[in-house]
Write a protein that binds this ligand. Sequence first.
Ligand code: NAD
Length: 351
Amino acid sequence: MKDFQYQALPMRVTFGTGSLKSLPDEVRRLGLRRVLVLSTSFQEDLAREVSDQLGELSAGVHPEAQMHVPVESAHRARDVAKAAGADGYVAVGGGSTTGLGKAIALEFGAPIIAVPTTYAGSEMTPIWGLTAEGEKKTGRDPKVLPTSVIYDPELTLTLPVGMSVTSGFNAIAHAVEALYAPDGSPIISLMAEEGTRALVKALPKIAENPADIEARSDALYGAWLCGATLGATTMSLHHKLCHTLGGTFNLPHAETHTVVLPYALAYNSAHAPEAIAALQRATGAQEPASYLRQLSLDLGAPASLRELGLTDIDVETVVEQATRNPYANPRAVTGDGIRALLTAALNGETV
Ligand code: NAD
C-alpha cells in the first residue's frame, strides 16, 4: 500500500427518485430564508416548478446560466439576488448551471444547493470556471463547493440519449484520471472503480430505454461517485487536453471528453497498471481503452474530433499548450506523443 492523504469534502447528499420533494426542508435546514433558483433558459420550466414548490422560500427564478460562465452572468445573477433579497441559491441543471452558482459563491460566498440533471459531476467539486474577455479561468476554492446536493433520477429522464451518453463518459473520465492521480487514495480508487462500473452498465440500458428509471438511478449514482473523485484529486493529461480543446477551439464539453478519453487512457495505460486493473474489474474488459472507445461508438457518440470541428492545423496549438507547463501525468507528456494521440483522435483511429 502506498502512503496517501485523504481529505473528506464537507457536503451532504440526498439521493433518490422523487427526492426533489425534500428541497424545502433542505433550505430550512441550512437556515436559509429566500433562495434564488438558477437554471439555463432551456430548463426554465423546471426551475419555475422548483420555485413554486419552494413557495415563500423562493426569491424567484434566474434562468440565465450559460456554458463557460461569462463573468457578466455571475454579476447579473448577484444583482438579481440582491434585489430579491436572496440569501442562497438553488442550481437546477447541468455543469453550466452549477458553474453559475459556483461563480456567485466564489465572489459572494452564498451557500448553494445543487440539483444536478446531467452526469457532469461539477456539484461534487470545489473547482470553479469563469470566462472573462474570451479567456476561461479555472481554480479550486472550498467555498464554491455546494453545501448540499439533491440527486433525483427523475430529473434526468428528459436528458436526451446522446447527451446522457456523452455526459456519462465525462463522468467516467473523472474516475479514470482519479485512478492514476498523484494525490489519489484507496477510498478514491474504490469510488472511481464503482462509479465506472455503474455507468458502463447503465448507459447501454438508457440508450435502449431512456425512461428506465433504474438505469437512470444507477447512472446518477455513478456520476456522483465519479464527480467526487474529480473533486478530490489533481487532473492529468485527459482533462488538460479537453480544457484546451474546449477553451481555445470551443469544442462541446461532454462530446470532447467522450472522444478523447480512450486515446488519453491508451497513452497512459502502460504507465498506470493499478488504474488499468481497476478499470478491467469495472468494465470486465482486458483493454479498458479499446472497450470505452467501442462502447461510445455503440451508443452513438461522436467518433472523432474532426466531427466536433477540430482541424489538422489546430493540432499543433493543442500540442503546444499541452506541453507548455509540466503537470502530473503517469507518462511523460511529449510533443511527439501528444501529436500522435491528437492525430488519432482527430481522425477517429482505432484504439
Ligand atoms: P450543461 O449544463 O451545459 O447542459 C447542456 C444543456 O442541456 C443545457 O441547455 C441544459 O439546460 C440542458 N440540460 C441539462 N440537464 C437536462 C435534462 N435533464 N434534460 C434536458 N436538458 C437538460 O452541460 P454539462 O455537460 O452538464 O456541463 C458542462 C459544463 O460544466 C462545462 O462548462 C464544464 O466545464 C462544466 N463542468 C465543470 C466541472 C467542475 O468540476 N467545475 C465538472 C464537470 C463539468
